[in-house]
Design a binder for this molecule. Structure first.
Ligand SMILES: Nc1ncnc2c1ncn2[C@@H]1O[C@H](COP(=O)(O)OP(=O)(O)OP(=O)(O)O)[C@@H](O)[C@H]1O
Length: 414
């Protein structure tokens, strides 16, 4: 039992020793395992995370580097695009500018000039309201129409203070603005017994109206060429007086001290007759300043005689004198006037031509004791229509020649 208990004791201490060793080896193994696995996990973690981190960092850096480059590049491109757009616009403007600007400038200049002319005219001629003219013409009643011209319709208007006037309502103001202003400026300045008096004007929205003194005997054309052959006898002394009056009015126009003008649109239809058959020249829409036009022509080095505007008026008056004495309508019988001019060129002899022409004279004028004057009148007319302008007399000379004829019988008209 003792041996067995000793053996048991020996065996018991060995077992204890062995267990201790086992535990310590287990502990160290466990520690090593723990350390190893921790290191492994850390290594694995590092091996994954660090490259990512680096990549992110690099990318971040790249972005940070790229960003300013990109931005400046884009900015430059944007700037270039804007610059190109601006340049394109500038080119467009450059292409348009000379034409557009000059057109706009001219329109603006015209508008300013028109305004100045209107305000100048306002000082000379009364401005009348459209409402008043509507009232005076019964709202432009057709029954009040006394004539229709190329530029407008003329109405007889009744006013309480002016009695009767002739109101000319222009058709299309945009195209006729120049004529309107021309009439205003000229008739505002010229007051003469042989020029139609302009009493007022109206300028409202699109309406342009001119108000003249009413001429009860209408126009000369209607007297010389009656409609439907209605006999309208215009006696010799009336015809002479009309011729003298027209020449007087034109001479005044050509020789005014501040404003010399050529009419350039003379015909029997623009000669109005007042109640005493005194002629009044109308239609100044085409009139021109002589000095300005002559100066321009002189600078262009063109022979003055050919272009002297006053000589055109003299020619037109010559045709009118022939119309007065022959009764031939220049609009319907242009052949008569052409053949007459042809004869003048061929013969250059007024007496022969006048003798031939004498046959064409209105028969009602002959055999009344004025045949000599009728012949002299014809000579004046032929002188005025000379084909070479320099050979035509001046308007003052025409006036004097006609006055001499009239004065042969001064008692006729008093
Ligand atoms: N002040 C007036 N008094 C009386 N009748 C007038 C007056 N003004 C014009 N008339 C009449 O109206 C007609 C037309 O006149 P207007 O001046 O418009 O005609 P026009 O001679 O053809 O001129 P335009 O070419 O400028 O139109 C004249 O022929 C005349 O019979």
């Amino acid at each position: 039992n003792g041996y067995s208990s000793l053996q048991e004791n020996n065996y018991g201490s060995d077992d204890h020793e062995h267990r201790k060793k086992l535990i310590s080896s287990l502990k160290s193994g466990f520690l090593i395992g723990y350390v190893f696995s921790s290191v492994s996990i850390l290594t694995i973690f590092m091996s994954y995370c660090v490259p990512w981190a680096r990549l992110i960092k690099r990318k971040g850096n790249e972005v940070m580097i790229k960003q300013p480059m990109m931005t400046s590049l884009m900015e430059r491109q944007e700037k270039k695009r804007k610059e190109a757009n601006k340049q394109r616009k500038r080119n467009k403007v450059k292409m348009k500018t000379p034409m557009m600007t000059s057109l706009m400038e001219r329109q603006e200049k015209k508008r300013k000039e028109a305004n100045i002319q209107i305000s100048t005219s306002e000082k000379l001629i009364a401005r009348i309201s459209l409402a008043e003219l509507q009232k005076a013409t019964n709202s432009f009643d057709r029954g009040k129409v006394i004539g229709v011209g190329k530029t407008g319709t003329v109405y007889k208007a009744a006013h309480h203070h002016l009695r009767f006037t002739a109101v000319k309502r222009l058709f299309d103001f945009q195209h006729l603005e120049k004529q309107f202003l021309s009439e205003l400026m000229i008739l505002g300045k010229f007051r003469h017994k042989n020029i139609v008096p302009l009493l007022g004007f109206c300028l409202e929205s699109r309406e342009r109206l001119l108000v003249y003194q009413y001429m009860p005997n209408g126009n000369l054309y209607d007297w010389l060429h009656p409609v439907n052959g209605e006999p309208k006898n215009l006696e010799w002394h009336f015809r002479v007086n009309i011729a003298v009056g027209i020449a007087r009015g034109l001479a005044r126009l050509h020789n005014h001290n501040t404003l010399q003008l050529a009419h350039l649109n003379l015909s029997s239809s623009c000669i109005l007759l007042d109640k005493h058959f005194e002629p009044r020249i109308s239609n100044f829409g085409r009139a021109m300043h002589i000095m300005t036009s002559n100066a321009r022509i002189f600078m262009a080095n063109i022979e003055m005689g050919e272009w002297d505007l006053t000589k055109r008026d003299v020619h037109q008056l010559g045709v009118l004198l022939l119309e007065l004495i022959t009764g031939e309508d220049p609009l319907k019988n242009s052949e008569f006037y052409h053949s007459l001019e042809g004869k003048l060129v061929q013969n250059n002899c007024l007496l022969t031509v006048s003798a031939a022409l004498y046959c064409a004279v209105d028969k009602s004028l002959l055999g009344q004791g004025f045949d000599r004057e009728v012949l002299d009148f014809l000579k004046v007319a032929c002188n005025c229509i000379q084909p070479i302008p320099n050979r035509r007399p001046t308007m003052v000379e025409v006036y004097k020649m006609l006055m001499a004829i009239k004065n042969t019988h001064p008692d006729i008209l008093g």
